[in-house]
Design a protein around this ligand. Structure first.
Ligand SMILES: [Zn+2]
Length: 283
């Protein structure tokens, strides 16, 4: 049981302990839009129970900010309640979930996670309302904007904007409770540029709800953008200088202690650079 807290007029955020994942509900005349569905069908049912206690109406639409398990594996619960409910996402998020979702489920089922059984029992439900750049959802008395700012944390991360209350949901393009996760499906050379697009939607008064952690403001997003820019530029410089990828982590000056994120940024960054931007090692 987790409470939805109102962070702006009819915008409620529940912060779930498992994966420290945020789920947001946006209220309007045509029902609630639920942004992200947590990590399993059982977890999705819990969201619906928590929304029932909130008493702010029924769910009219679902949005997945990206394909990752802790944001999209709860989709089936919403279809159980309403077989016709639209699930919106970027087209590449839907593609990644269809290509990688079962593999992620399998990896989870074999892990030590105490909730692995409920993940294994989860039916993956793909978003059926996909788009490539922007989409508006008309809730009757308010509009919700879905914007694809470019690749970053994954291929198809979107941000969700509620203009009348100046709220932006950043998905995992912005993380507060940990450093932004750079995985083997991330775009470390492009992420900071995508955050520049997000920053065009963010004023000094905007509440930015990250995918994980408490709401933040513009300066937090700027700092995270700068850190990701340093990572991207460092990877570019090391590759250009002919440093082999397996030495890049040790050779670089990173904005935080080198961890799996930095190692993944090097591997992915080297792969993504055009051949002319890489020098061959001199040895
Ligand atoms: Zn993610």
């Amino acid at each position: 049981m987790t409470d939805f807290m109102e962070v702006a007029d009819r915008v409620w955020v529940a912060r779930y302990e498992w994966a420290d994942a945020n789920v947001t509900a946006i209220g309007g005349e045509r029902g609630l839009v639920v942004v992200d569905t947590h990590g399993s069908t059982a977890a999705g049912r819990t969201i619906l129970d928590d929304l029932g206690r909130l008493g702010a109406g029924s769910v009219g639409a679902v949005v997945n900010t990206h394909w990752h398990w802790d944001h999209a594996f709860g989709n089936a619960a919403f279809r159980e309640q309403d077989p016709k409910i639209p699930i919106h996402a970027h087209e590449d998020a839907a593609r990644m979930l269809s290509e990688q979702g079962e593999y992620m489920k399998q990896r989870f089922a074999e892990s030590e996670d105490p909730r692995r059984d409920e993940v294994a029992a989860t039916e993956l439900v793909l978003p059926d309302q996909t788009f490539s750049s922007t989409r508006s959802l008309d809730l009757g008395d308010r509009l919700v904007e879905l914007v694809f700012p470019g690749r970053g944390h994954t291929d198809g991360d979107i941000v969700v904007r509620v203009p009348d209350v100046d709220v932006v949901l950043g998905g995992d393009l912005v993380e507060e409770s940990a450093k932004p996760w750079i995985g083997m499906d991330s775009w470390p050379l492009e992420w900071h540029g995508s955050l520049d697009v997000v920053l065009n939607l963010v004023t000094s008064d905007t509440h930015v709800v990250p995918g994980h952690g408490v709401p933040v403001g513009r300066t937090f997003v700027e700092t995270q953008r700068d850190e990701l820019a340093v990572i991207g530029e460092t990877v570019r410089r090391l590759a250009g200088a002919g440093v082999p990828v397996d030495q890049a982590v040790a050779e670089g000056d990173w904005p935080w202690d080198a961890d799996d994120r930095i190692a993944n940024a090097c591997r992915r960054g080297y792969e993504q650079l055009p051949p002319g931007a890489r020098s061959l090692p001199l040895a």
